[in-house]
Ligand binder design. Sequence first.
Ligand SMILES: *[C@@H]1O[C@H](CO)[C@@H](O)[C@H](O)[C@H]1NC(C)=O
Ligand SMILES: *[C@@H]1O[C@H](CO)[C@@H](O)[C@H](O)[C@H]1NC(C)=O
Ligand SMILES: *[C@@H]1O[C@H](CO)[C@@H](O)[C@H](O)[C@H]1NC(C)=O
Length: 428
Amino acid sequence: MVGGNGALYPIIGFASCVAFIYLSFGDLWIDIRTHTKLSFVERNGSQFIVDGRPFYFNGWNSYWMMDHAVDESRKPRIRTILQTGAKMGLTVCRTWAFNDGDYNALQISPGRFDERVFRALDHVIAEANQYGIRLILCLVNNLQAYGGKTQYVKWAWEEGIGLSSSNDSFFYDPSIRHYFKNYVKTVLTRKNTLTGVEYRDDPTIFAWELINEPRCISDKSGDTLQDWIEEMSTFVKSIDRNHLVTVGLEGFYGPKSPKRLTVNPEFWASDIGTDFVRNSKISTVDFASVHIYPDHWSHNPEFEHKLKFVAKWMLSHIEDGDKELKKPVMFTEFGLSKDFEPSQRERFYKVILDITYKSAKMNKSGGGSLVWQFLVEGMEEFNDEFGIVPWKRKSTYQLFTEQSCKLARIQGALPTQMDYLRKLCTHR
Ligand SMILES: *[C@@H]1O[C@H](CO)[C@@H](O)[C@H](O)[C@H]1NC(C)=O
Ligand SMILES: *[C@@H]1O[C@H](CO)[C@@H](O)[C@H](O)[C@H]1NC(C)=O
Ligand SMILES: *[C@@H]1O[C@H](CO)[C@@H](O)[C@H](O)[C@H]1NC(C)=O
């Protein structure tokens, strides 16, 4: 199903691609499963850098990997999805490095960890390394799935030390901040039982993401969340000097960015205690993150309106990255729900991939985009409104692989991609 894709682009393109790869990495044309050593992702101004060169990428989300790796019968799905991603020329995957108090919890209660689940996370990281996939690891959820901030608040409440039962006390209660820091420290200093490498020293990890989609509606000024981000990003940096840090924002503009408010999908978005520019400007935050959910965010049902919104949303954030933040911007989630036809989804994906490609071509701050989300067959209970099995629909598969090849044409391939890209981008 993966081969025989037909022409991905004209023969001229393929010839120059191969020549370029060969010239850049001729002596590294090797078996990727065994020999390639990854290096850390760095940044220079508004660009990500790998091996001294600008790095733009095509990637995906599979939030469920740690959870599945706990169970022997579901564990092979990790390899399946990572191998598929690698074969599609994808280089970055975002996933959860948390599960607080839920089924298969990594953190059972504050400071108590399940070694079985930690070994599952070890496995995910070790496998990703084998396929040359770099991971964005997220440390907690703003939402309730897999525990999230609600679970932390519940713990503090149960132990009789919580200040408030409000979910937002996650951000301001000192005892909860302490719980979270303890969690972060345990994860960052974890020594992988399969590779022997501490997580903080492992270049397979692209970056730490503090929290998935933070919102703090109880303080609309944004000061509470700002303070939390400052403290937590500084804390991560005090333990780990190797890795980049991002917040995990959805990207909404707040009251401190009045010029940008009209870019928000609707009014509510400016009133939830976050501000993309202010939050991302913090010096211990290395790059900005943005999500793209036009059908959930807006009441306007018209599809063409959504596509226009997406373009405006992305270009605005890329401009912020270049002019205001001088940091890379990563589109860490994008999805269109099941209410839309697969062909409409493809048009939506294409707008995003094209803008990312243009950013790469022009050396702009838009560093890469990660689709939400990939699954394998037989995991319907882990699907949401957005999941796709990447090999199920040929035209969708081709859309993503073509992006990988286009990016490789302008920046060359990573040593880890050589083998797969050659197959992918030269197929006729
Ligand atoms: C960093 O970027 C600047 C300007 O964009 C460039 O002049 C410099 O060579 C870059 N440094 C590295 C190490 O890539
Ligand atoms: C916390 O959040 C959950 C869901 O996000 C909600 O059901 C619950 O009512 C919230 N609790 C408080 C105290 O805000
Ligand atoms: C982008 O940067 C690369 C090297 O860092 C350079 O070779 C290329 O010419 C630049 N492209 C543009 C459009 O500035």
